[in-house]
Design a protein. Structure first.
Length: 168
């Protein structure tokens, strides 16, 4: 018995659910090749961000099933821009008894920032999110097929780009 409880069995002696076999999933993503139509009602600045997103490497990992989330993200960008502009125009408003209070749109903008950050993380729009999703940056690019092929062949130690993904 170890200092923290029973010592685990060796992998050769493990039984039932304890047997661990590497699970490889072959996923075929069909990236969107043309810039889709943006959601209606976006301002010029958010439309520029839309175009910039679809020109980026991150968009190559976006498939058709992700499009509703991308639309939602850019609609939130628009709402955030409008709420922030209105809150900056009038930071304090009169409360129910005439007292000054913070504009509720400032609180709404802060809540939108939380939701935006969550979606940006899911879509790989931040450096750390790209690393977690395995989206390579610059010259260290590997295709999903190449990663699956090397993993199934057991070649994970020869390429340092694969060790980053296996430590997560």
């Amino acid at each position: 018995m170890g200092s923290r409880g029973p010592v685990a069995k060796s992998p050769e002696r493990a039984q039932g659910h304890r047997q661990r076999k590497p699970a490889l999933a072959e996923v075929t993503l069909i990236p969107i090749t043309e810039t889709p139509e943006p959601p209606p009602g976006l301002s010029h600045g958010v439309l520029d961000a839309w175009e910039s997103y679809w020109r980026s490497d991150v968009a190559q990992a976006t498939s058709e099933v992700d499009l509703p989330a991308v639309h939602r993200l850019f609609l939130m960008y628009e709402q955030h821009a409008r709420a922030t502009a209105a809150a900056q125009e009038t930071l304090a408003v009169a409360g129910s008894k005439g007292q000054p209070r913070l504009n509720p749109l400032a609180d709404y903008a802060l809540k939108l920032e939380t939701a935006i950050l969550r979606l940006e993380t899911e879509l790989g729009k931040t450096p750390l999110a790209r690393q977690r999703l395995g989206i390579a940056v610059g010259q260290a690019k590997l295709t999903l097929e190449e990663i699956n092929r090397r993993a199934s062949e057991g070649v994970t130690h020869a390429d340092p780009r694969l060790t980053l993904a296996s430590t997560q």
